[in-house]
Ligand binder design. Structure first.
Ligand SMILES: CC(C)(COP(=O)(O)OP(=O)(O)OC[C@H]1O[C@@H](n2cnc3c(N)ncnc32)[C@H](O)[C@@H]1OP(=O)(O)O)[C@@H](O)C(=O)NCCC(=O)NCCS
Length: 144
């Protein structure tokens, strides 16, 4: 993801989340030395999804994955997640963590399919509506 991509990314982010990150939040993420963000593009080079993570020591935390509503169900999120996990493996990350809304069955299935396991719960983590987060973890040491 480049700064020039952010406007489109924010448009998709608004389709995806009830408390979307702002343009400036993404600028900050891209300028941070501990982050990795990518975009997925279609055959016409249009951005259809994005994802990112924080990388601290040997642990990664996926911040968000979003796919444009009209492009869902075609494997785009799987490609994004593959890209993030590949990067994590490449730089020696041992564990990937993320939070997901308890009611977000689609995302839960996506992550389970990649081997993420439920390792905790954060009470009232989300707003609009208030909801618990499930903490999911992928142990990369177990994967290799
Ligand atoms: C969740 C999300 C990222 C999935 O994107 P996608 O490109 O449609 O996902 P994929 O096509 O790669 O699906 C991969 C797997 O995820 C699961 N999945 C995805 N969407 C699903 C849904 N609506 N219902 C059930 N399972 C779903 C399935 O297991 C699917 O595998 P399958 O197609 O073999 O059944 C997308 O719906 C989205 O952007 N949602 C809003 C934002 C969000 O919830 N992000 C994740 C939390 S950070």
């Amino acid at each position: 993801m480049k700064v020039a991509d952010i406007s489109k990314v924010v448009a998709i982010e608004k389709e995806c989340f009830s408390t979307p990150w702002s343009y400036d939040s993404f600028v900050l993420e891209l300028t941070s030395p501990i982050t990795f963000y990518l975009v997925a593009v279609d055959e016409k080079d249009r951005i259809v999804g994005y994802g990112g993570m924080w990388l601290v020591l040997d642990e990664a935390n996926i911040t968000n994955i979003g796919v444009a509503v009209d492009t869902r169900g075609k494997g785009v999120a799987s490609l994004i997640l593959e890209g993030l996990i590949s990067k994590a493996i490449l730089i020696g990350i041992k564990e990937v963590n993320l939070e997901v809304r308890e009611s977000n069955i689609g995302a839960y299935r996506l992550y389970s399919g990649f081997g993420f396991k439920e390792t905790g719960r954060r009470k009232g983590y989300y707003q609009k509506p208030s909801e618990d987060a499930l903490l999911l973890t992928l142990d990369l040491e177990m994967e290799v």
